[in-house]
Design a protein around this ligand. Structure first.
Ligand SMILES: Nc1ncnc2c1ncn2[C@@H]1O[C@H](COP(=O)(O)OP(=O)(O)OP(=O)(O)O)[C@@H](O)[C@H]1O
Length: 265
């Protein structure tokens, strides 16, 4: 497993007119690990995710991908690097089946139109590689799937396209207990395949269960990035609500950088 981050933000700032939203944000995503991104409403999580996904362009700071500075000006730039965002409202088409959804807009690869049989097999193989057993047939229409199954299809789609970093926006927000457990297992398997996973979540139980690293945004600043094993739920709640927690609270870039000096054991 690599000790080098696959994606890194250094001192990133983003404003909307007079509204400063992100201030000097540092962030790292490691391949094969889950980094949770948490913070109160309005802390700047969505803005940060949209900067990573190319919906917004950063005003200043450095965006590194696989160690090289990159400019991400559009979702296309991000997806060409291998960055995929699975939004909460899942961009799936209800009237299409699982295969059609997984290949939507990408039916041609390197100028070659894929045939139905190869698309069906690729969809099946991807679900199998993630040990997904809850989906009976890849020819099932998405409208007939449960919330958990829909999340599964959206996450599997990112694997099918060899994404290197996948950001999941509140993937369990609308799910019950059993489906949440299923999706969290899938999140772990995604990381086990070497993907750098970012989990945006308000749910502390989910975060504590699945994350390797936890990054807390507070009023647009990175309050702390800590190893899951080094933090308690109480400390996380303090970080979210005050930006500090005893000796965990770190508001400087230097502190954040040293906190992420290595991968968790
Ligand atoms: N396009 C915009 N123009 C002006 N202000 C914006 C814009 N987008 C976000 N903001 C402001 O930036 C701040 C951070 O918003 P953002 O949606 O990134 O927070 P969040 O952490 O994702 O919140 P939530 O958990 O509620 O989704 C908020 O104060 C918001 O009002």
């Amino acid at each position: 497993m690599s000790d080098d981050p696959i994606l890194e933000l250094q001192g990133v700032n983003k404003s909307f007119g007079p509204v400063d939203v992100l201030h000097g944000v540092d962030f790292k995503v490691y391949p094969g690990q889950v980094t949770a991104l948490i913070g109160d409403n309005g802390a700047g999580k969505s803005t940060m995710v949209k900067c990573i996904g190319g919906t917004y362009t950063i005003d200043s700071g450095t965006f590194l991908f696989e160690g090289r500075p990159v400019t991400v000006h559009s979702p296309r730039d991000a997806s060409e690097l291998g960055i995929e965002i699975v939004y909460q409202d899942l961009a799936l088409c209800d009237n299409l089946d699982i295969v059609q959804n997984m290949f939507l807009g990408r039916e041609r690869v390197n100028g070659v139109t894929l045939n139905e049989i190869s698309m069906e097999k690729a969809a099946q193989d991807t679900l199998k590689s993630l040990s997904v057993r809850t989906v009976k047939s890849v020819r099932q229409r998405v409208s007939s799937l449960s919330g958990g199954q829909r999340q599964t299809v959206a996450i599997a789609k990112s694997v099918l396209w060899n994404s290197k970093v996948v950001l999941l926006d509140e993937p369990t927000a609308a799910l019950g207990v059993a489906q949440t457990a299923q999706v969290l297992r899938l999140v772990r398997r995604l990381a086990d395949q070497g993907v750098g996973v970012v989990l945006i979540s308000h749910n502390m139980n989910d975060v504590l269960e699945v994350a390797d690293w936890i990054a807390t945004l507070y009023l647009g600043r990175m309050a702390a990035i800590v190893k899951r094993s080094d933090v308690t739920q109480t400390q996380l709640v303090e970080l979210i609500t005050t930006g500090r927690s005893g000796d965990i609270g770190m508001t400087t870039s230097a502190a954040t950088t040293s906190a992420q000096g290595g991968t968790p054991q």
